[in-house]
Design a protein around this ligand. Structure first.
Ligand code: ZN
Length: 329
């Protein structure tokens, strides 16, 4: 399984800043030692043209040159620096490369070790998000699919956002776009306090535990399935619903989060859908707990990827008429 990282583009933060930047390098370190089947690649930066599939030229330019209005820069939550701009581009690039991987192989999974920057709008950032990687990936994969297959069977993309915070930027970007389904399962009382309507929003009360969460997720996936037929799934596997999170306000256990990942990845796998996942938020009192949730996500993903690989090999040796194929070629 392939995964893309950009954590070595270190963004300088003032001392005492509450963003846990170290978690990205730590995740990469643990994957390299504990899950060597995950092939780690340095992410390429997203280009202006790719970003412009979603973001306004003025915003892209302001991020590139550090000329964003101070109030908008504060909303992002990071001070501007050339490294911040570079890191933001690479973080989108990582999701783009992961998406190209799974689309090219027609199934299976790939990942971004960061990403899931769902609070970014077309013309502004917010909540530690500069550009919206899932939104750019959805639009770019649709464009590439159109070039490859023509307009008859356009690529539909489902965004399954299970970060504890609502995917407000993503919801707004695709508000009038029927080809992308936005599902967000989040804390009702958590940031952002002005939420944007997704195609499907599921709000959870403070303190929600595993059973309640997983039941809500099952219903949400059922409804997604009734209303939409995706050819690609983008999964935001936020670690912040964990009970040890400083900002999450929910009470999911390690097992509960692993069951969550299993549900989403299993759901996509049973339908033969390629899936890209990104890490999103995670602000554990103990940074190791956040990284543990993420490592568990990779473990579950690897199980599914192995199964998919085995199936792909089997189908290559069976008669053409019986071949496994993607739900949407
Ligand atoms: Zn979050």
């Amino acid at each position: 399984m392939h995964a893309f990282y950009a954590d070595h583009f270190v963004l300088p933060l003032p001392s005492g800043h509450r963003f846990p930047m170290a978690k990205y390098a730590r995740l990469r370190e643990r994957l390299a030692t504990e899950l060597p089947e995950v092939a780690l690649h340095e992410a390429l930066p997203a280009s202006d043209g790719e970003l412009a599939l979603v973001h306004t030229p003025a915003y892209i330019d302001a991020i590139a040159h550090g000329t964003l209005a101070p109030a908008l820069q504060r909303e992002i939550g990071f001070p501007w620096s050339p490294a911040m701009a570079e890191r933001a581009r690479r973080s989108v690039g990582a999701t783009l490369q992961a998406a190209r991987r799974v689309m090219a192989q027609g199934g299976g999974l790939a990942a971004n070790l960061a990403g899931g920057t769902h609070h970014a709008y077309a013309d502004k950032g917010g909540g530690f998000c500069v550009f919206n990687d899932f939104a750019v990936a959805a639009r770019l994969m649709q464009a590439e699919h159109l070039r490859r297959h023509g307009p008859r069977a356009p690529l539909q993309v489902a965004i399954v956002d299970l970060d504890v915070h609502q995917g407000n930027g993503t919801a707004r970007i695709f508000a009038n776009d029927a080809s992308v389904f936005t599902l967000s399962l989040h804390g009702a009382k958590n940031f952002p306090f002005r939420k944007e309507p997704s195609d499907l929003d599921v709000e959870l009360p403070d303190g929600a535990r595993d059973d309640e969460y997983l039941h809500a997720l099952d219903l949400a996936l059922d409804e997604l399935e009734r209303r939409f037929e995706p050819g690609l799934v983008l999964y935001l596997a936020g670690a912040d619903p964990h009970e040890g999170d400083r900002l999450g306000r929910l009470k999911l256990s390690f097992d509960g989060l692993e069951a969550r990942d299993r549900r989403v990845m299993g759901w996509a796998a049973r339908r033969g859908l390629p899936l890209v996942f990104a890490m999103g938020g995670g602000y554990g009192h103990d940074l190791e707990a956040t990284v543990q949730v993420q490592v568990n996500t990779y473990r579950v993903a690897l199980e599914h990827e192995r199964r998919w690989q085995a199936q792909a090999v089997r189908s290559a040796t069976t008669p053409a008429g019986m071949r496994w194929h993607n739900a949407r070629p």
